[in-house]
Write a protein that binds this ligand. Structure first.
Ligand code: FE2
Ligand code: FE2
Length: 248
């Protein structure tokens, strides 16, 4: 029994690509097929696969239906978390999604899922991504302060959601955690953030995130060991569509 993760599938079996330029390059060619084959090789029926947001370009559930069907057909238990492009998923209506799709798919929001003696906690997260203003040498000289203020509000909301999820799991007796975010835990201006602080406060052993795709974004945030936890970027194009094993 193993726990795997991957994110940013950006499926579009039945929807128009909103930002086709973002998904260019060979790595995106037939990526659904590459992922399906890799999952079939790696993931068994007893395993758990966490899909860390940006599942579909569909604007609503009917546009997403074939994308969710594709995910349903992948092997193992599937847990989905929210990404910024998941328009079909209103956080307040997560219960309805679970009613429709469980037991094949679990939509995780404002709570936790159990894997062995671990609680898996997840939220979309957020981080200020600019706009940044650069000088002629490409160094950041300023940024959009209004956008930064807006980002602070979203970060606060996400921080609270994450804290509530940790607390729920803790009050149910869990003391081992894996933390999932869609957005990276820090932006290019930060060394630490409220999210790295929360991971430390609750002792999350690993922090898994996605969202950074395209080679220029892969190293926007933390990789590997950092202040006592391990951070992994699992966006699909970074992993070349091979889910990352998080735990045995
Ligand atoms: Fe994405
Ligand atoms: Fe994203």
């Amino acid at each position: 029994m193993s726990l795997y993760a991957i994110g940013d599938l950006h499926l579009h079996f039945q929807s128009v690509l909103k930002a086709p330029g973002q998904l260019h390059g060979r790595v995106w060619k037939n990526h659904e097929e590459k992922l399906r084959k890799n999952c079939e090789k790696l993931v068994s029926a007893e395993d758990t696969l966490v899909l860390v947001g940006d599942h579909s370009w569909g604007k609503n559930l009917s546009e997403c239906a074939p994308d969710l069907q594709y995910i349903r057909d992948l092997p193992g238990r599937k847990i989905l978390t929210r990404g910024n492009h998941d328009m079909f998923w209103d956080a307040k209506k997560t219960g309805q999604l679970n009613e429709l799709y469980q037991p094949e798919l679990t939509f995780l929001q404002d709570g936790y899922e159990i894997y062995r003696d671990y609680a898996l906690v997840a939220t979309k997260g957020f981080t200020f991504e600019g706009p940044f203003y650069l000088d002629g040498r490409g160094h950041i000289v300023d940024w959009d302060e209004e956008a930064e203020q807006h980002a602070k509000k979203l970060v606060e909301r996400e921080q609270q959601r994450l804290r509530n999820s940790f607390e729920k799991a803790k009050s149910d007796g869990f003391d081992r955690f894996i933390m999932f975010l869609h957005y990276p835990p820090t932006n290019i201006l930060e060394r630490r953030s409220v999210f790295t602080d929360l991971a430390e406060e609750y002792g999350a052993e690993q922090v898994i995130y996605a969202h950074c795709h395209g080679e220029s974004r892969f190293y926007d945030s933390v990789h590997g060991e950092y202040r006592g936890r391990t951070y992994h970027l699992v966006s699909g194009d970074f992993l070349r569509w091979k889910p990352l094993k998080i735990l045995e």
